[in-house]
Ligand binder design. Structure first.
Ligand code: ZN
Length: 218
């Protein structure tokens, strides 16, 4: 954010007006199983890994991990780094200092790089919420079918009526004879302008229904 403030103070002010929790991953709540954030950084990163993204999640991360080097720094704790960045991955706590793993709970490129480096099963570190059994359990309940209203038992309540029809302002213009100019067509408008009144227009074939509607509105 400091870089943005230097580059463009107006953009910085605009961003700071917004709720940080809605757009900045740094302020996302952990354990929400989602790390999605729409910003240019993600877009540019996505363009680099476009081919890998066509694969399933774990295979995709396995492809991207090739850019990362894993160094042992403690028991089940590793420093995973590339040419630019370095993050601490803790396999016991299932955390990475990049924090994406804590947010999505299925892993980040650093965790997959680390797990693959140890020749362990990446799937074993994915949260159980993503298991097929949990999915099936979530969708095991059916939406029950329902009979039509003709089959419903009668009740003493007043049935709800449809709302009154209202003419929307600007949806159609009504001329001085009460004729809806749009629904009558050009012929009706022409006749109205010649001073033939609404009755005369109604007798024509250009839309007696519209004249009726206009009179009703009055
Ligand atoms: Zn990570």
């Amino acid at each position: 954010m400091k870089e943005i403030e230097v580059l463009n103070p107006a953009a910085f002010a605009y961003l700071m007006e917004k709720n940080l929790k809605s757009w900045s991953r740094a302020f996302f709540q952990e354990g929400k199983m989602c790390d999605a954030v729409e910003n240019g950084l993600s877009e540019s990163f996505n363009s680099v890994i476009r081919d890998a993204r066509k694969k399933s999640i774990v295979t995709m991360l396995a492809d991207i991990r090739l850019y990362w080097q894993v160094l042992l720094s403690g028991l089940n704790q590793f420093e995973t780094k590339n040419m630019v960045d370095s993050y601490v991955v803790d396999l016991d706590k299932k955390t990475c200092t990049f924090r994406v793993w804590q947010l999505n709970r299925y892993g980040c490129v650093h965790s997959v790089a680390t797990i693959s480096f140890l020749n362990r099963d990446v799937g074993g570190y994915v949260d159980t919420m993503f298991n097929g059994a949990v999915y099936k359990n979530t969708y095991k309940y059916l939406i029950q079918g329902m009979n039509g209203s003709n089959m419903w038992p009668p009740a003493d309540f007043i049935p709800p009526l449809p709302p009154m029809k209202k003419r929307i302002l600007g949806a159609g213009s009504v001329n001085e004879n009460g004729v809806d100019a749009e629904s009558c067509g050009t012929k009706s408008v022409h006749e109205g302008q010649n001073g033939e009144g609404a009755q005369g227009v109604g007798a024509g074939n250009s839309g007696s229904k519209s004249v009726h509607e206009g009179q009703m509105d009055k």
